[in-house]
Design a protein around this ligand. Structure first.
Ligand code: NDP
Length: 492
């Protein structure tokens, strides 16, 4: 039999007894100087990092991205310089609203976070399994999430709060339609697409910029669950999706996704009929066709869930030269809020943890802070500029300037010339569904809508109706509300 190592305290001193506390006599009280007991209890009390406020329940795996078609024309990022390039990566998938122990098969968007360890530093894409989102301004995000979480009085999830918010926020309709469609509950994490949702950018050495949306198409095919199927699974196994991903990888059935981009020349953004930085909108494929870039495979399970999945810290701001952000208001806010959340949740030195640190060298002047577990820069110079050979900036990595204009102010999209269209794309989605998918959508909507006050039902029906009269009429019929009540039509 293998000889077991000696158990120690955190300081490495041998532990003599891990079963019986140090007591004054066999029946006496515990003595304070039982250091092992104190250390164990104190460590245990601190075992949890605060759970993520959103995307708390997740699963992750390691993999490899392979480039099949270079994007050298569009970006100077070395990752995309030639076909055949590969890059190690880590993916984390999650539900949004549920807590860290909640059911995997809830109807909820899924987070689709990817970290690519490129030779020029980490590139993170923090997307979802939906191409759009409920809001287009981060100022609304915390209110929106409050409405989807628990009622402050009862501690219960509450359809009334959810639909009150959605019915007062017409821009959410496109994502609401996606969420209550068949795709709103993926069968497994392997059977769903991912999308950057945000518009990002690529820029090349000549300073040319393209706006870009990323798509990750499951090569396992889309598979979904009905409400009933999902509820049955949740009753048996809260961790169904996490287990499925882990077991598939363990048996060598590695899930794969095709990587695609939509590319928009920088100047098109000025005239494109759809606001290209509005997170509630897609770019129709007929306007900007998807271009195949490559594929990724997830082929290695984490060895330690906490170290790799719980401590994984994704940041939309992690972008090697040649990849950039866009004026998308929600993306702009996430550039701050993600690292801010990591500093709060896992500490200021989170980026140096094994799962987060890049494979390329890191040379910063950051020093100190809680949990500084590496050499902290040793004796190297800790300010810049300096005369002692410290790291220096690389002007070649400078992104070409953005042309921005406008007067500072709070601009409501609905007040823009021509207003803003919150309905066409939700209607397009409804119209592309088969009859079976439409019936499922209506049924999925009716389940929660039947439980909310009539005033909220009527307000929301008006939105469905504007997206497509049939869509509104079918939900209304299920609720027993006459179309005239929300359509603006005069009753006959
Ligand atoms: P297209 O016909 O060119 O594209 C439609 C896309 O919709 C498909 O490629 C597919 O994307 C996706 N799709 C197909 N069936 C469903 C479904 N039942 N539920 C959700 N998505 C589905 O039309 P448009 O580009 O004009 O898009 C029409 C609508 O399709 C949009 O309003 C949007 O709601 C939805 N959509 C559009 C996407 C885009 O990037 N343009 C992406 C996803 C959805 P995929 O291959 O990604 O599965």
């Amino acid at each position: 039999m293998k000889k077991c190592p000696v158990m120690t305290t955190a300081a490495g001193t041998p532990v003599a007894d891990n079963q019986n506390s140090l007591t004054a006599g066999p029946r006496g009280p515990v003595l304070m100087h039982d250091y092992q007991l104190m250390e164990k209890m104190a460590q245990f009390n601190r075992e949890r990092a605060p759970e993520r406020v959103v995307h708390a329940k997740g699963a992750g795996a390691h993999g490899v991205l392979t480039i099949r078609k270079d994007l050298a024309r569009y970006t100077r990022a070395k990752l995309f310089a030639r076909s055949g390039n590969t890059c190690p990566m880590f993916a984390r998938f999650s539900t949004v609203a549920g807590e860290s122990g909640s059911a995997d098969t809830a109807r909820d968007p899924r987070g689709f976070s990817l970290k690519f360890y490129t030779e020029e530093g980490n590139w993170d894409l923090v997307g979802n399994n939906t191409p759009v989102f409920f809001v287009r301004d981060a100022l609304k995000f915390s209110d929106f999430i409050h409405s989807q979480k628990r009622d402050p009085a009862t501690g219960l999830r509450d359809n009334r709060m959810q639909w009150d918010y959605w019915s007062l926020s017409p821009e959410s309709l496109h994502q609401v339609t996606t969420l209550f469609s068949d795709r709103g509950i993926p069968a497994t994490l392997r059977h769903m697409n991912g999308y950057s949702s945000h518009t990002y950018s690529l820029w090349n050495a000549a300073g040319e910029r393209h706006w870009v949306k990323w798509h990750f198409k499951t090569m396992q095919g889309i598979k979904t669950l009905t409400n009933e199927g999902a509820a049955n699974i949740a009753g048996l196994d809260l961790d169904f999706h996490r287990r499925d991903l882990h077991e598939a990888i363990r048996r060598g059935d590695f899930p794969r996704w095709r990587v695609q981009v939509q590319l928009m020349p920088e100047r098109d953004a000025d005239t494109y009929r759809i606001h290209p930085f509005d997170l509630t909108k897609v770019w129709p494929h007929r306007d900007y066709p998807v271009v195949e870039v490559g594929e990724f495979v997830l082929n290695r399970n984490p060895e330690n869930y906490y170290a790799e999945v719980e401590q994984a810290a994704f940041e939309p701001g992690n972008m090697p030269p040649g990849i950039g952000a866009s004026p998308d208001k929600v993306l702009q806010a996430r550039l701050l809020s993600y690292p801010d959340a990591h500093r709060y949740r896992i500490g200021v030195n989170y980026a140096a943890l094994p799962i987060n640190r890049p494979l390329s060298p890191v040379h910063t002047y950051h020093r100190d802070g809680q949990g500084r577990f590496d050499s902290n820069g040793g004796g190297a110079v800790n300010y810049e500029p300096n005369s002692f050979g410290g790291p220096v900036q690389d002007p070649g990595a400078r992104e070409p300037p953005w042309r921005l204009d406008g007067d500072a102010g709070h601009y409501a999209p609905r007040d823009e010339p021509g207003g803003c269209d919150d309905y066409s794309q939700a209607g397009d989605l409804y119209r592309l569904m088969s009859e079976e998918q439409r019936a499922q959508l209506i049924g999925n909507l009716l389940t929660p809508l039947r439980t909310v006050p009539r005033a909220i039902q009527v307000r929301q029906l008006g939105h469905f109706y504007k997206a497509d009269p049939e869509y509104g009429a079918r939900v209304a019929a299920g609720l027993g509300i006459p179309v005239e009540e929300f359509s603006g039509r005069v009753p006959a």
